[in-house]
Design a protein around this ligand. Structure first.
Ligand SMILES: NC(=O)C1=CN([C@@H]2O[C@H](COP(=O)(O)OP(=O)(O)OC[C@H]3O[C@@H](n4cnc5c(N)ncnc54)[C@H](O)[C@@H]3O)[C@@H](O)[C@H]2O)C=CC1
Ligand SMILES: O=C(O)C1=NCCCC1
Length: 273
């Protein structure tokens, strides 16, 4: 039997272009939300690695539409100190759907960075205010960088602001994106007047408070992906219209949804938890 093909992070980085990724994801999200079973993706199973403050998530999916069977395996860690090792590392296994033969093992870290940012960008395309001049990014890690890249590629913001917990991280962010950005010294300064907000921190307590958010602003709440993590406060959660990619996932994994007690019959399906 042939060995699976290995696809490195460098190759994924070169091949995975937002111009192709965004329209494909838009179709996939539509099919996933249609409820017709064209894309099957159960809520991921996550194992806690308590000794190291980490998690291992297994994320299988099958698209009957594309006849593609794959699983992402992602490890992610909460850290107090900056590290040269990414907080999230992933691999994607691609199988022949007819027999289950492993065809390829590819880097999933770059895929995670780009896929997540692309879904936020798609949600923003549909949900942002008509006049959206100011983008605010809270967090300054890998997702902050990928969100900056796609948001500045797809939209024409007049100003991009970033806030990060540590100066070291924010400086690294500014060096990496190499584009115009206003570094803010508080969340409030970054958020006031922003039309689109991206939260990509690993916070476990709310960092974004309703009182700072401009009415009608669109928020991509990305970071609180464990049931006991928070980024948005209760008032904001209760006053917002929520869009999620999967109700089941949001109710099992999103700390902002679970701990604010907002889940009920009013969810629409589109964006991410
Ligand atoms: N919803 C989704 O599909 C995905 C969600 N994520 C989540 O997005 C978040 C960001 O991921 P990455 O950028 O890859 O991580 P990262 O480790 O590269 O960056 C995390 C950032 O959050 C900051 N941070 C950590 N603790 C904080 C706290 N208590 N308050 C404020 N800031 C804090 C760090 O200083 C760093 O700037 C993580 O929570 C991650 O789990 C990541 C990938 C996909
Ligand atoms: O969807 C993903 O990929 C991830 N979500 C939460 C954190 C780990 C990666």
């Amino acid at each position: 039997m042939a060995m699976p093909v290995l696809i490195s992070a460098e190759t994924v980085e070169k091949l995975l272009r937002y111009g192709e990724l965004v329209p494909r994801l838009e179709v996939a999200l539509g099919k996933f939300s249609s409820g017709k079973g064209e894309i099957v993706q159960p809520v991921r199973s996550v194992l806690a690695i308590e000794k190291y403050n980490g998690y291992l998530g297994v994320m299988p999916a099958y698209s009957a539409h594309d006849d593609v069977l794959a699983t992402k395996i992602v490890a992610f860690y909460q850290r107090d100190q900056p590290s040269s090792i990414p907080a999230h590392q992933a691999s994607v296994l691609l199988f022949d759907p007819e027999h289950g033969t492993l065809k390829a093992v590819m880097d999933g870290t770059v895929i995670t960075e780009k896929r997540t940012a692309a879904v936020s960008a798609i949600a923003t395309k549909f949900l942002k205010p008509v006049q959206a001049d100011v983008l605010c990014i809270l967090g300054s890690g890998a997702q902050a960088v990928s969100h900056y890249k796609i948001f500045t590629e797809m939209f024409s913001f007049k100003e991009v602001r970033v806030w990060g917990r540590t100066k070291e991280n924010v400086d690294r962010f500014a060096r990496t994106v190499r584009g115009p950005v206003r570094v803010c010294s508080s969340v409030k300064e970054a958020v006031l007047g922003a039309d689109v907000i991206v939260t990509v921190t690993m916070a476990t307590e709310p960092v974004l408070f309703a009182e700072w958010v401009k009415p009608g602003a669109h928020i991509n709440a990305v970071g609180a992906c464990r049931p006991d993590w928070r980024e948005l406060d209760d008032t904001l959660m209760k006053s917002a219209v929520l869009y999620v990619d999967t109700r089941e996932g949001a109710m099992k994994e999103s700390g902002d949804v679970i701990l604010s007690g907002v889940f009920g019959p009013y969810f629409c399906s589109l964006s991410q938890s």
